[in-house]
Ligand binder design. Structure first.
Ligand code: HEM
Length: 428
């Protein structure tokens, strides 16, 4: 599911995703572009013309408008266009013609697979989305909540047992969401090490493309087996629930896709919010002290970190299916629209002193989970994981601090989902 954002990453200038200057602030190239307007043309490195949206209201309007499609495959967004298509579309735009990906002359055959609802529009999206929201029940969320607490405590105890220093990413930030997805999907305890190994390798940027591809293929086989097991012997989990509740029934291919969407959308995102969120709090001692003094601030802390860090930098995109005027700017049919969420979430029209991390900030809607029909399906779970993950960490390790100077923390500057590759921490 991360295929599209990764492809988009290669088409963007480095200064739009690189946070070398400050890991918590939007990339300088993105911040600078906001000065040119809340909606503006964005030339991509393959020559295609995309549009960048940095204003909060405009970004929210895109996500609420059915003329902007999530079906980047059918509409061939800029990451899927061949060089001659880029040229043809540019020429058509020059002539003032409307040309969407669908009616484009050179249409390569590429099909989105059956259950990738993150890439679907209503009404096709609606059925799968409803089936899934039906599985995120209050009862299931409560059960997950008590499991996160146990898993967090176990991992902190293991860190303490091993010494007074650890890399928080592999020791805590990655396993927490990974094990929560195991809980959600109903992966057996005996199989969890294998699942975690495949997912970790398929995400590891320090390994070769072949290694990652192999791990990805193994993960796929693992999920196929899981779906077959749940069909044969249903248990009390989301996959079994989907098998039982869907009428007409879902195919195995759909179930595998759905499991992969949940994994793809719920693992790296939450892990990076835990890693980068911890880093940000350690680097804001006054804010951390306020949280320690008043643990009830944790819900606010989670929302403010989501807004302030906006780790999904430019990963939310849409394709215009017709000519649309947005914020006074004409966007032609067929154009790819890229949301600059880190800037939209610091729009001064929406927040006062937007560049400050302020845990006492009054609640206001932000776009870290998106908006509209695709708004993050896992946000309840993500909030539970962040709330408990952060509170357990700072409560059980009251003297937690960085083990290296802040400048030496390895940042995910090469990624559309920002965060830290590793976070060396120490405690006494
Ligand atoms: C969608 C962010 C955690 C599952 C989204 C979208 C955003 C987002 C921005 C909208 C994408 C779009 O409109 O194109 C985040 C962040 C997370 C997080 C920042 C962590 C802090 C999770 C978790 C899960 C999850 C834990 C599930 C276990 C999904 C799914 C979608 C989605 C399935 C697609 C929904 C749809 O297309 O209808 N997420 N997410 N996310 N998220 Fe999350």
């Amino acid at each position: 599911t991360t295929e599209s954002p990764t492809a988009m990453r290669r088409l963007l200038p480095a200064d739009m995703v690189d946070r070398q200057r400050c890991p918590f602030d939007p990339p300088p190239g993105l911040e600078r572009r906001r000065g040119d307007g809340s909606v503006q043309p964005l030339p991509l490195l393959n020559g295609a013309q995309a549009w960048l949206v940095t204003g909060f209201e405009e970004a929210r309007a895109v996500l609420a408008d059915s003329r902007f499609s999530s079906d980047r495959v059918r509409h061939r967004d800029a990451t899927r266009m061949q060089p001659h298509e880029v040229a043809e579309r540019a020429a058509a735009a020059e002539r003032g013609e409307v040309q969407t990906g669908e009616s484009g002359a050179a249409q390569a055959v590429e099909s989105r697979s059956d259950g990738m609802f993150i890439f679907m529009d209503p009404p096709e999206h609606t059925r799968l989305r409803r089936l899934l929201t039906g599985q995120f029940t209050v009862r299931r969320m409560r059960a997950l909540e008590s499991r996160v607490t146990e898993i967090a405590a176990e991992h902190i105890a293991a860190m303490q047992a091993a010494g007074t220093e650890a890399d928080l990413v592999p020791a805590y930030a990655l396993p927490l969401p990974s094990l929560m997805i195991c809980e959600l999907l109903g992966v057996d305890y005996a199989d969890r090490a294998e699942f975690q190994e495949h997912t970790a390798t398929s995400l590891n940027v320090n390994t070769s493309d072949e290694e990652r591809a192999r791990a990805g293929a193994e993960l796929y086989t693992f999920i196929q087996r899981l779906v077959a097991d749940k069909r044969a012997t249903p248990t009390d989990d989301l996959l079994s629930g989907l098998i039982h509740d869907a009428d007409p029934p879902l195919t195995d291919a759909q179930l595998v896709d759905i499991a992969l969407v949940l994994l793809g959308a719920g693992h790296e995102t939450t892990a990076n919010m835990l890693g980068l969120g911890t880093f940000a709090l350690l680097e804001s001692p006054d804010q951390l002290a306020a949280l320690r003094a008043n643990p009830d601030l944790i819900d606010n802390t989670v929302e403010e970190l989501l807004r302030y860090l906006s780790i999904i930098q430019l990963g939310v995109t849409r394709v215009a299916t017709e000519n649309v005027t947005l914020g006074g700017v004409d966007i032609p049919a067929g154009a790819t629209v890229v949301l600059g969420t880190p800037e939209a979430n610091r729009d001064p029209q929406q927040w006062s002193e937007p560049d400050r991390l302020d845990l006492h900030r009054p609640r206001a809607p932000h776009l870290a989970f998106g908006h509209g029909v695709h708004q993050c399906l896992g946000q309840q779970l993500a909030r539970i994981e962040m709330r408990i993950g952060l509170s357990e960490l700072f409560t059980r390790l009251p003297r937690l601090r960085l083990a290296v100077p802040a400048e030496e923390v390895a940042l995910r500057n090469d990624m559309l989902i920002f965060g830290v590759h590793s976070l060396p921490v120490t405690w006494t």
